[in-house]
Design a protein around this ligand. Structure first.
Ligand code: TYD
Length: 137
């Protein structure tokens, strides 16, 4: 499974807490794009796609949601529920985000610019893509 939940270093004192993310250092790619998701609803799932090449780090800045991660062979579910955790998702991973808490805000750091051609939004196509990948080795 090409994902990892990372505990990020937190600088904290009596004033509050701070996390610093640096491309090529504690983020394992150069950051080309940042986007964020807000005004989500518990019953409205998002995602349902994979990326052919893109890598991402996702942080729940506020609230929580569940990620269903799928590499074409197995599925794992994890909760993202703290701004000191970063979910790294590599290429060829199908993801669904669901069970958003009200007011949940996700920040996403991405290794590349937005390119719709780089998305796989059809699950059967995703299965073909990952199976081709392993048979070509
Ligand atoms: P979508 O991929 O459906 O979001 P999610 O992965 O959360 O389900 O994206 C919603 C819309 O925003 C869609 O029309 C594509 C557009 N979009 C951009 O224009 N730029 C971006 O960087 C992203 C992530 C999405």
């Amino acid at each position: 499974m090409n994902y990892k939940l990372v505990d990020m270093k937190v600088f904290g004192d009596e004033r509050g807490k701070l996390v610093s993310l640096e491309g090529g250092k504690n983020v394992p790619f150069e950051i080309k794009r940042v986007y964020y998701i807000f005004d989500t609803l518990p019953e409205q799932a998002r995602g349902m796609h994979a990326h052919k090449n893109m890598e991402q780090i996702i942080v729940a800045m506020d609230g929580s949601c569940q990620f269903v991660l799928d590499d074409g062979n197995k599925q794992e579910k994890i909760w993202l529920n703290s701004p000191d955790k970063g979910l790294y998702i590599g290429k060829n991973m199908w993801r669904e985000m669901r069970h958003f808490s009200y007011g949940c805000k996700l920040m996403v750091l991405a290794s590349d610019y937005y390119d719709e051609k780089e998305y796989i939004r059809n699950y059967d196509e995703f299965l073909k893509e990952v199976n081709n990948d392993s048979s070509s080795i």
